[in-house]
Design a binder for this molecule. Structure first.
Ligand code: AMP
Length: 199
């Protein structure tokens, strides 16, 4: 099998997109293809809530309402994992950063360790399709934040806090916009082809 050009050095990728854009699914696939650690912010937070840890107690209600958890909480949970992964094969980080403030803070911490992102993938999906996907997923996964009221808030939080990251990363020459309104295989193929030009 041909060796992809990124093998042999650590590749660090951020996956950003609105709720329902397929971050989790694409994150799993990409981490495997790129042979890097998949770090999913939402999954790590849900584990804390399920295990009833002090951190979980602090964030459970915010997550149920679809609000962001405090920056200091998510940064202290993720950054040790991000730095450790960057030191090995690299990372595929989904769901973080979720605001320009988080990106700036993470950059300060990552820069010292040369652990910043090499590429940022933005999963672009029309609004009607997002709502349809999330409500379909609600029946299967049973997430407590996949109900119509919370979904509305999560989309609003995305527009206000997270979407400005698109410009932030475009200005830094790291952004790749991918059409995520296609079947899963086509989305993965488009991302992989965008990443071929990186590095
Ligand atoms: P997700 O699984 O990525 O949709 O995240 C689920 C929930 O976890 C979000 O609605 C937020 O409440 C919280 N969350 C995930 N990532 C972050 C983050 N980077 N900053 C703040 N809150 C987050």
């Amino acid at each position: 099998m041909a060796v992809p050009q990124w093998q042999g050095y650590a590749m660090n990728v951020l996956l950003i997109g609105p709720p329902g854009s397929g971050k989790g699914t694409q994150g799993d696939r990409l981490a495997e293809r790129l042979n890097v650690a998949h770090i999913a912010a939402g999954d790590l937070l849900r584990d804390e809530v399920e295990n009833g840890t002090p951190l979980g107690e602090r964030v459970g209600e915010l997550m149920r309402k679809g609000d962001l958890v405090p920056d200091a909480v998510i940064i202290s949970l993720l950054m040790p994992r991000v730095l450790a992964a960057a030191d090995r094969n690299g990372y595929l980080l989904d769901g973080f950063p979720r605001s320009v403030e988080q990106a700036v803070e993470a950059r300060k911490l990552a820069e010292m360790a040369s652990a910043g992102p090499d590429a940022v993938i933005y999963l672009d999906v029309p609004r009607e399709e997002l709502s349809r996907r999330i409500l379909a997923r609600a029946d299967v996964e049973g997430r407590s934040d996949d109900n119509p009221e919370t979904v509305r808030n999560r989309l609003k939080v995305f527009d206000e806090a997270t979407h400005p990251l698109v410009e932030y990363y475009r200005e830094r020459g790291l952004l790749h916009v991918v059409n995520a309104d296609q079947d899963e295989d086509a989305v993965t193929a488009e991302i992989m082809s965008a990443l071929e030009s990186v590095g």
